[in-house]
Design a protein around this ligand. Structure first.
Ligand code: NAD
Length: 363
């Protein structure tokens, strides 16, 4: 909305983060810039009841600051729920750097971001997400101890654990829906072949599933077709092709009023964050008889590896905790069936039971 200020000047009346519809009681929202380094970032700390707010940093070429703010607030709140549901002693937060990861990323920019993280004195701990690699985290770590996901702070790249947990979650969903977790001959449409998506695709292929793949990055699609015998479709078709399982592994908002009626798969289970555009979309999936594996439950493997993967921890323990994602999902599916309510709401309630009435005096 434009408000007249002067006869020939108008200014935008901005909504502040406090009035933002996704604000959801955030403890802190920090706008961080460094002109010399070209940094524009937002750091959001949603809740620290269970411990320091841990959540990745996403680098994305957002169309506007307000789009970035909406994304970071939703992702940050999601981390509170994800960390609580995964039974970790951690709160939830997230950060976004507003820039094109393939074009604008420089060591100066990453270092400037690290300095801003350091100023928060540990209420937020960062890690990698879309657009930020473990090499980038190594640079960020030169400026702050409050960064994880590097070789020095633990197991390095969390993506393989996210992929492992997602694969375990797909099997749990198949077992609940089709009565068997043998994926042989099942068709999975997988959208997004990045660090996580490609790894999930490999595991599905190994388990005998037939793959339909899509990505805006053509070389990844070509590789999946050549290496995994996948069939490629356009990114617009991914959700509406004939498949048993739809696995969103790209960005959020994949499940909405337009896409849900077009789904042919009866299971949606993938790694992407914030898959539901609105909470009502969880209800719409249930009404269509589609089993939805709540995103933050199925994709918690990465954060489990970051939280528990201290140097010296055995890989077997982290893998075991990650594979337990399948059991958590089965618990959610059964409770949703028994109460005839959406899996998304059941997952939220389980998480809220853990973090809402807890207070961590150390933070
Ligand atoms: P990534 O950047 O490695 O991969 C994302 C892929 O999606 C890229 O190949 C990109 O080209 C593709 N993509 C982007 N927009 C697309 C579109 N419209 N249609 C099709 N493909 C598109 O990221 P990642 O680490 O693999 O993460 C994938 C998803 O999983 C994200 O939503 C992320 O938040 C979530 N996630 C990742 C982790 C992790 O450990 N990396 C943990 C939890 C959740």
């Amino acid at each position: 909305m434009n408000a007249p200020l002067h006869s020939n000047i108008t200014i935008d009346t901005y909504m502040t983060p406090l009035e933002h519809p996704e604000f959801a009681g955030h403890e802190q929202v920090v706008f961080a810039t460094d002109e010399a380094a070209g940094l524009k970032a937002i750091i959001a700390v949603h809740n620290t009841n269970l411990g320091p707010a841990l959540g990745g940093c996403r680098m994305w070429n957002y169309a506007s600051t307000s789009e970035a703010l909406t994304d970071v607030l939703r992702l940050s709140k999601g981390m509170t729920y994800k960390n609580a549901l995964a039974n970790l002693p951690l709160g939830g937060g997230k950060s976004v750097i507003i820039a094109d990861a393939r074009r604008d990323k420089t060591p100066e920019l990453l270092r400037a971001f690290g300095r801003h993280i350091n100023r928060l004195s540990g209420s937020y701990v960062t890690a990698e997400d879309v657009g930020i690699s473990s090499d980038d985290m190594e640079i960020i770590c030169t400026q702050t101890q409050f960064a994880r996901g590097t070789e020095a702070t633990g197991f390095g790249d969390p993506s393989p654990y996210t992929a492992l947990g997602t694969f375990a979650g797909i099997k749990a969903a198949a077992k609940h829906k089709f009565g068997t977790d043998d994926l042989t001959g099942l068709t999975v449409s997988l959208k997004g072949l990045g660090h996580v998506g490609y790894d999930v695709a490999r595991q599905l292929h190994k388990a005998g599933a037939l793959l339909i793949v899509s990505d805006i990055y053509e070389p990844a699609v070509k590789r999946a077709v050549e290496e995994l015998g996948a069939t490629s479709v356009s990114t617009e078709e991914a959700h509406r092709v004939s498949a048993d399982i739809f696995a969103p592994c790209a960005l959020g908002g994949e499940l909405n009023a337009e896409t849900i009626p077009q789904l042919k798969a009866t299971v949606v289970a993938g790694a992407a964050n914030n898959q539901l555009e609105t909470p009502e979309d969880g209800v719409a999936l249930m009404k269509r008889g589609i089993l939805y594996a709540p995103d933050y439950a199925i994709n918690a493997g990465g954060v489990i590896s970051i939280a528990l993967g201290e140097p010296g921890t055995s890989d077997a323990i982290v893998r075991q905790k990650t594979l337990a994602i399948g059991d958590t999902l089965t618990q959610i599916f059964k409770r949703a069936d028994a109460e005839k309510r959406p899996t998304s709401i059941i997952a939220d309630e389980l998480a809220e039971e853990r973090f809402q009435h807890h207070h961590n005096p150390a933070v």
